[in-house]
Design a protein around this ligand. Structure first.
Ligand code: KIV
Length: 271
C-alpha cells in the first residue's frame, strides 16, 4: 500500500488519495505556534484551529462567543510554523449564516494561512458549502454533535441514534454532493460512523465516532490530559501519561490512530 510520504506537505487532493489507499489521518487542534510546531514535527497530518478555543483557551462554557477575529489571529500564529500538516480553520458561530459572511470569513482565514475551512451542519449550510467550493475554498463538513447547536440540543450528547441515523447518512451524502472534501464525525455510535465512512468518497475524521473512521481528531488539551473544567467525554484519552512529553504524547496518539488501536471500545459509543 502506498502512503503519503512523511516529508511531503499535505494537499487537499492527497486527502482523498489517502482514503483510497487506506492511510489513516491524524488530526489535532492547535491554537499557537509552539504546540503546532511540535505536532507538525511528530506525525500530525492535519491541524485544526477549532472554535473549541472558546472553551479551552478563553474559558467560556461553549464555543458560541468565538469570533472571526479570534480564529484569524490563532490561524496566523499556527500557519507560520507548519511544514507538513494541512491547516483547517473553523468558521465560528454565525460566520456561516449567509454565503457572503462565510466567504468574507473564509477569505480572512485563507489569507492567514489556512487551506480549508470547517462548517458545522447540513440543511441550509449545503448552499454555503457549495458557494465556498465554487469560489475555490476547500471545505470540511462537521456532522453529528455540532457544538454550535448546543442551545437547540440542550447539551452535548451522542447523536445519530434510532431514526436520526438515516438523516445523518443523508446529510453526509449531501455535504459531499455540495463539494466538501472531508467530514468530521463527532459523537456517533461506532456502527453508524463506520457506515458513513464506507458510503462517502472523502475522508471521515472521527471524534467519539469509533476507530473505523478514516482518521481521528482530538482537542489538544484532551490529548494532553489537561483538566478543561468541563465533564470529560468518554472518547477522551490522555496520551501524555504514556508519551512522557508533549512530543512523545503526539507520537503515541499518531501511532495509535495509524495502528487502529485508538479509539478502543472504552473510548467509543457502541450504540
Ligand atoms: O472546534 C473544534 O476543536 C472541533 C473539533 C472538536 C473537531 O470542532
Amino acid at each position: 500500500m502506498s502512503s503519503h510520504a512523511d516529508s511531503k506537505p499535505w494537499t487537499v487532493p492527497a486527502l482523498a488519495e489517502a482514503k483510497r489507499n487506506g492511510q489513516k489521518l491524524v488530526m489535532l487542534t492547535a491554537y499557537d505556534a509552539g504546540f503546532a510546531r511540535t505536532f507538525d514535527a511528530n506525525g500530525v497530518d492535519l491541524i485544526l484551529v477549532g472554535d473549541s478555543l472558546g472553551m479551552v483557551v478563553q474559558g467560556h462554557d461553549s464555543t458560541l462567543p468565538v469570533t472571526v477575529d479570534d480564529i484569524a489571529y490563532h490561524t496566523a500564529a499556527v500557519a507560520k510554523v507548519l511544514q507538513r500538516a494541512l491547516l483547517v480553520a473553523d468558521l465560528p458561530f454565525g460566520a456561516d449564516a449567509t454565503p457572503e459572511r462565510a466567504f468574507e470569513a473564509s477569505l480572512r482565514f485563507l489569507q492567514a494561512g489556512a487551506e480549508m475551512v470547517k462548517i458545522e451542519g447540513a440543511g441550509f449550510k449545503l448552499d454555503i458549502i457549495r458557494y465556498l467550493v465554487e469560489r475555490e475554498i476547500p471545505v470540511c463538513s462537521h456532522l453529528g454533535l455540532t457544538p454550535q447547536s448546543v442551545l437547540r440540543l440542550g447539551g452535548y450528547r451522542v447523536q445519530g441514534r434510532g431514526d436520526a441515523a438515516r438523516q445523518l447518512r443523508d446529510d453526509a451524502a449531501a455535504v459531499v454532493q455540495a463539494g466538501a472534501s472531508m467530514i468530521v464525525l463527532e459523537c456517533l455510535p461506532t456502527p453508524l460512523a463506520a457506515l458513513v465512512t464506507a458510503e462517502v468518497p472523502v475522508p471521515t475524521i472521527g471524534i467519539g465516532a469509533g476507530a473505523q473512521c478514516d482518521g481521528q481528531v482530538l482537542v489538544m488539551h484532551d490529548m494532553l490530559g489537561l483538566d478543561s473544567g468541563h465533564r470529560r467525554p468518554k472518547f477522551v484519552k490522555d496520551f501524555l501519561a504514556e508519551g512522557g512529553s508533549v512530543a512523545g504524547a503526539t507520537r503515541a496518539f499518531a501511532d495509535a490512530v495509524r495502528a487502529g488501536t485508538f479509539p478502543d471500545a472504552e473510548h467509543a459509543y457502541a450504540s
